[in-house]
Design a protein. Structure first.
Length: 114
């Protein structure tokens, strides 16, 4: 059974930083890509950043230059370093893994407020 464990959300002031992590219970050999999506109240879920085990990355325009996605292949864990957070970054952030299927984490809330 696939397990995705997310952590790292919370409350931060504008301009602050948070790091999210997503650990997959399987070997990296099973993974095609690990992504972060987010969903703000009343909005559709959107892709924030994606990474392959080989290190190829993709970012939404709204987070380029502020967010960095990385992967630890030995731990099958993806990270999302979020810097210079803005109120509009407030959302539930979901880890998504593409392998022999599509798997979602439980979501972690990021709140940006003074």
């Amino acid at each position: 059974q696939v397990q995705l464990v997310e952590s790292g959300g919370g409350l931060v002031q504008p301009g602050g930083s948070l790091r999210l992590s997503c650990a997959d219970s399987r070997s990296i050999l099973s993974i095609n890509a690990m992504d972060w999506y987010r969903q703000a109240p009343g909005k559709e879920r959107e892709l924030v950043a994606a990474i392959t085990p080989g290190g190829s990355t993709n970012y939404a325009d709204s987070v380029k230059g502020r967010f960095t996605i990385s992967i630890d292949n030995a731990k099958t864990t993806a990270y999302l370093q979020m810097n210079n957070l803005k109120p509009e970054d407030k959302a539930v952030y979901y880890c998504h893994v593409l392998s022999y299927g599509s798997y979602w984490g439980q979501g972690t809330l990021v709140t940006v407020s003074s």
